[in-house]
Design a protein. Sequence first.
Length: 77
Amino acid sequence: MKTVGIFEAKTHFSALIEEAREGQTITITRNGAPVAQIGPVPGRGAQAREAMDRILSTRAKLKGLTVRELIDEGRRH
């Protein structure tokens, strides 16, 4: 867990939000005492991983087919 002072947090807020989006929790301190946390939204990372798994598993099923074959297959259905 990363810890930053309130001034640094104000100065680099966008970068801290990006770190939280990537899964890191950041503690904000004032005069050395923790006062707040910025972190990922619970469950959001799991949803993204599940979506990526679905995409990758579909991609594996299409291996070896050309774009033309996929288009023709789609037109038949």
